[in-house]
Design a protein around this ligand. Sequence first.
Ligand code: ZN
Length: 215
Amino acid sequence: MEYVAILVVLFVAFYLFVHQRYLKQDELKDSDYKKKGPLLNSKESAFYNALISAVGQQGVILSKVAMSKVLTPKTTDKKSWFIANNRIAKSYFDFVVCDPRSLEVRVVIELDDGTPLNKGKVERQKLLMHACKSSGIPLIGATVKHSYQVGKLRRLLAAHIDLIEADKEVRFCKRCGSPMTIKTAAHGDHKGRRFFTCSRQPHCTYTENYNVVFE
Ligand SMILES: [Zn+2]
């Protein structure tokens, strides 16, 4: 108990010192910012679009949600609480599906970007699994290729969200993540043949053969 009190005092002293020394003098003058770009990269946004189609009106999807906003340690012992809270302090959930009214988290979805397993990735997976298991929040692991499998996502989610039912597949542009629409070629060698085209045409010109099999 004493130990914690000393730590807290030290921390407060340090904070005041830093605050006075570096932040107070010229406030924000040297702290200009620039945008980092979209919150989601192209793979993530393709997956996000597939998730929206899978969930429909039955849930709200949020991305990169801080774990500490969703979870809090069970323990009432202060020291253990700080340790447990620290463990999740810098981590976030890739995607969460929430109740559309209260935004209560119903399901956590971890998107595997296909990069090889390394120490950081293993640690993250261990933490995720433990956090979700101990808090009773369902965790679904999805791979990048699921971004083209709305039906499969729907089936995975249907196990946890009552109103979601599986239905037919919807295809998404592999370049920009927008939904694809089906068109018929009006002229050229393939006249009369159906093909998928990006719904953002003419801004995105990605097309795909109609008969490509879903992976
Ligand atoms: Zn596109």
